[in-house]
Ligand binder design. Sequence first.
Ligand SMILES: [Zn+2]
Ligand SMILES: [Zn+2]
Length: 367
Amino acid sequence: MDHQADPRIHGIEAAVLRRQGGPLRIEALELEGPRDDEVLVRLVGSGICHTDIDFRDSWSAADGPLVLGHEGAGVVEQVGADAQGVKPGDHVVLSFQSCGQCHPCLTGRPARCDRFMEANFGFARLDGSNALRHSGVRGHFFGQSSFASHTLATSRNMVKVDKELPLALLAPLGCGLQTGAGTVLNSLAVRPGQSIAIFGAGAVGLAAVMAAAVAGAEFIIGVDLNPLRLELARELGATHVINNSRENIATRIRRITGRGVDFVLEITGSPRMLLLAVQVLNPHGTVALIAGGNGPGALPGGRKSINIIQGDAVPQRFIPQLIDLYRAGQFPFDRLVRFYDFKEINQAIADAKQGYAIKPVLRISEP
Ligand SMILES: [Zn+2]
Ligand SMILES: [Zn+2]
């Protein structure tokens, strides 16, 4: 069949991963869709998140070529017959995917979707199909694969936003910033006067710092090895910062709080930091684990640990809330962002990995 004649097949460009560690190469591909429940989105920007980098670095030949990217923002170009809530020309931010049919989804907790792994890491739609099959490549990462000129999304992983806003800047709200802020405001529901230590001052940690300030936490303690990031943490609302290459974290935190913190947000994934997190909690404290993996199991006293997925956010509610806070000057996440052209994607990833860029955002097209 002549694809050029089929209006359901779109010639797109995407950054394809074909070998472990990259580089990603921008290639011409064919994208099939949208299906009735889908929307075709022309991407304007995409954030780069550590999960993209982890996938690039752990890729094996058995995975086949993939398109990564899961912090997309763009303009709606085509709307499937049953897709609700958007029309061509609307600006949208993309987020994680969920099934919409399981008990957690039906009770408003899509981040706890029973099919979360499949929907976000399956590199296919939930029915197993793949819109990039004509090119022998797999997409649908987090229901989007946003390192591309165009992608498909559904109403479940799409949030309509005001056209007045700088669209590319909003891209990282869909994963990293939502996760950091959502952990503080949703998962932990930090209240005025409480205390929180945040281990790791990257994009997720700094979003958590800003959210803790919004929540009115009394002590917001940022911990990192990088003095520039600690300085930024202080400017964004940390009341104290600790450089763990130079200071004893447990001693400092006890001195600051008197009895340990109410919450620790552990983002580094380091077993040593996890042990330390438990040590600095007060007897009723909670440690929130972002990096995944195994929690510490039973904790002494009334201490608890919880695993965080996407900050327990409902994107359609939480992303507009973050945008309102940004407009009010209370969530200045633009200070974390560094822009790169789409073709500089490998440089942007390298800069994120080295810690030069806190939150790289690719500029893919003009809004
Ligand atoms: Zn992410
Ligand atoms: Zn579900």
